[in-house]
Each structure stands twice: as structure tokens, then as C-alpha cells.
Design a protein around this ligand. Structure first.
Ligand code: CP3
Length: 343
């Protein structure tokens, strides 16, 4: 059955026509049915930790569009939540956490993480049973650098300055924090795979602010640590690594991390994407704002990607998460357009 999952075929290096398709943040506020469930579920974390609700919102975009992959509904910040960092999501403001001080790093205790996240694994088990056989189920986690930026600043910041400064001033403590997050993330991904996830994606959403040495130490290294740890227990684990904004540093990133495929944001030139694709599968990279704009901005954006990258191993996706402003009908047109490639 898993052999019929087109996204897994691409992760194994095959070219599938039309390419498998899913959208980052495909379960979310652009869907009225999501907003309805969100309204009744309590807090955002209540939604993540309620298997009934989390299964429902994961399935919503699959019912509507028949995407080739479903992504577990959860959040990357459940790891700091499991570490007791008082994670909350305030309406219209994004995530808030207790900012982490250097002295606290040695005291972080991840021993209760798998118990704390048990509802997430229950969600994965139920999803695998509920999904169509041909739909790939993706688990995920945040990359250590991206998680650390939120833990240190206590919130999202435009340039991740608090974490960058912390790393320059306290490199030893910072390395320790990244190792801890990487080891917990590996255990978290293994548990998702054991519960029934077919593949996992590691989101390094803030990789783009790092200089060369810092990218190697804080982005590539910790993601490689996760990949190696997961594969030591699940040698066949399929992994997508998405380092947003990494630009030229994506050269060699797939090989250096050991990921099966790399995600590309919309700023990656298609000529460079084609070069990366010669070495292995890629995922991306439509600008999410083309979905908001619709019309020719949408169709031209889709066609450029398909013409340039559709004849190699490609997972069609956006270059970052879909925005709440997207019109669900326009998403339907995107799906139709991608599915008509090669017909
Ligand atoms: O559909 C899916 O992709 C699955 C679920 C998912 C969510 N967050 C749900 C969510 C996934 C894979 C994530 C990953 C995530 N979370 C990332 C990495 C990907 C990226 O977008 O860069 C990051 C950085 C986070 C942290 C986070 N969670 C932020 C910054 C925010 C607030 C911004 C926002 O969009 O509101 C969240 C909240 C969040 N996570 C929402 C959803 C659907 C919106 C909250 C709500 O419904 O009120």
C-alpha cells in the first residue's frame, strides 16, 4: 500500500507526473472549517493536544482537495511546551514563551517529553487509519535553530537577533541547547514514525539569517544530528529538510544533513533549483502570495515551476506556509493546474 504513495516514490528518487502536491500550513485559517473547529477547541495548544480535533483539522484539506500528503496538525513549539517553557498563542500576536536565560539551559528536563506529547502520537495513529491508502502521512518537527530562536526571545522576532546574540556571547551554552533540542526532536520524530507517519519534515524556518559558519554549526549540524539519530533507529526513515531563506547555502545541504529531499522557498532561482534537483528530490517553491493574488500570477508561477522542475523528482508545494488571506477556491484552481501537468 505504501508503494502507491506518490510522495514516497519521489522521496525514493523517482519522477512522478504530475508531481505529488501538498501545501505547507494546508490545515489553517484560510479554511472556514478550520476556523470553526478552532473556535470550539479552546486554546491553540488544546487543539494540538486533542486527537479528535487534531485529526479533524488534518483531514479537512484532504477532503476538500485530495492532496497527496496530509501533515499532522500540531506545532513546532510543542517541544518547548514539553520542556515547561509556558508556551501560549495569543490571538493575533503569535507565540509567547518564557524567554530562556543561559543559567536555565542546564536545568531543562526533557524526560517527560514523550508522555507530554502522547496525544500527538494518538493523533498520528488515528490519522493513518482514517486517511486514503494513497495519501502520505507526514510528521514534522522544528529544527533546533528555529526552536531555539523562539525559546531565547520568548516570541517570534523579525531578525532572530536575540538568538544570534546569545550564540555569539555564549557559544558553549548555545551548543548545549541545540544538542538537547536535536536529541528530543529525534525521539519525537521516531515516535511519530512508530505511530504511523510515512515521512517527516524538519522545518528550519529561520535558517536564512545565519552567516556561513553559523549555518554550518546551527542549521546543518543539528539537522544532521537529528537525521543520524532517527536513522540509527529507523534506517529507512524518509526525511525532508526545509531551510527557509538559506539561498546558496542549500548547495550540499541535502548531502550534509543526510535528508532525502530538501524544501525550497520561493526566492530560490529555478536554475539553481534544477541544479539541486540533479542531486536529489526537491520540494517547493511557489510564492504563497501568488495564491492570494490568483489569476495569471498564480498560473504563471505554477507553470514556471512545472516546466522547469516537473521532469525530475519534485514535490509541488509553496515556498512557505499558505497565508490566512488565501481564497479556498483559488487553492482548488492551483490543485487542478498542477494535476493537469503532463496530461
Ligand atoms: O497544516 C500544517 O502545516 C500543519 C500544522 C502546522 C502548524 N504550524 C499549525 C499552526 C505546522 C507544520 C506548523 C509549523 C510551524 N509552527 C512553524 C514552521 C513552519 C513555518 O511556518 O515557518 C513555525 C515557525 C511555527 C510557530 C508558529 N505557530 C507561529 C509563528 C505561529 C503564529 C503565526 C500564525 O500563523 O498564526 C503558530 C501558530 C499556528 N501553527 C497556527 C497554525 C494553523 C495558527 C494559529 C491559530 O489557528 O490561531
Amino acid at each position: 500500500m505504501a508503494e502507491n504513495r506518490s510522495l514516497l516514490q519521489v522521496l525514493n528518487g523517482k519522477t512522478v507526473t504530475p508531481p505529488p502536491l501538498w501545501l505547507m500550513r494546508q490545515a489553517g485559517r484560510y479554511l472556514p472549517e478550520y476556523r470553526e473547529t478552532r473556535r470550539t477547541a479552546g486554546s491553540f495548544l488544546d487543539l494540538c493536544y486533542s486527537p479528535d480535533h487534531a485529526v479533524e483539522v488534518t483531514l479537512q484539506p484532504i477532503r476538500r482537495y485530495g492532496f497527496d500528503a496530509a501533515i499532522l496538525f500540531s506545532d513546532i513549539l510543542v517541544i518547548p511546551d514539553a520542556l515547561g517553557r509556558n508556551v501560549r498563542f495569543e490571538e493575533g500576536e503569535g507565540p509567547r514563551l518564557d524567554p530562556l536565560a543561559s543559567e536555565e539551559i542546564g536545568k531543562l528536563d526533557g524526560s517527560g517529553m514523550l508522555d507530554h506529547l502522547a496525544p500527538v502520537f494518538e493523533t498520528v495513529r488515528r490519522l493513518r487509519r482514517a486517511l486514503p491508502a494513497e495519501t502520505t502521512l507526514l510528521g514534522f518537527c522544528g529544527a533546533p535553530w528555529t526552536i531555539a530562536t523562539y525559546m531565547i526571545a520568548g516570541r517570534g522576532t523579525p531578525d532572530q537577533a536575540p538568538a544570534r546574540l546569545f550564540a555569539y556571547r555564549e557559544p558553549v551554552a548555545f551548543a548545549k541547547l541545540l544538542d538537547l533540542i536535536a536529541d528530543l526532536s529525534a525521539d519525537y520524530l521516531v515516535a511519530q514514525l512508530e505511530a504511523g507517519a510515512d515521512a517527516v519534515q524538519i522545518f528550519d524556518s529561520w535558517a536564512g539569517v545565519l552567516g556561513e559558519d553559523e549555518f554550518a554549526a546551527y542549521a546543518t549540524g543539528p539537522v544532521r544530528r537529528i537525521v543520524q539519530s532517527v536513522r540509527s533507529r529507523r534506517p529507512d526513515a524518509k526525511i525532508i529538510a526545509f531551510a527557509k531563506g538559506a539561498g546558496l547555502q542549500l548547495k550540499g545541504y541535502r548531502q550534509a544533513t543526510g535528508a532525502d529531499a530538501i524544501g525550497l522557498d520561493w526566492t530560490v532561482p529555478l536554475s539553481f533549483a534544477a541544479e539541486l534537483q540533479k542531486d536529489g528530490p526537491i520540494q517547493g517553491n511557489l510564492d504563497p502570495l501568488r495564491v492570494v493574488a490568483g489569476g495569471t500570477a498564480l498560473t504563471e508561477g505554477i507553470d514556471r515551476i512545472l516546466d522547469r522542475l516537473g521532469n525530475g523528482p519534485l514535490i509541488f508545494n509553496l515556498g512557505h506556509g499558505i497565508t490566512p488571506q488565501a481564497d479556498p477556491d483559488v487553492v482548488g484552481r492551483l490543485v487542478e493546474r498542477v494535476r493537469s501537468f503532463g496530461r
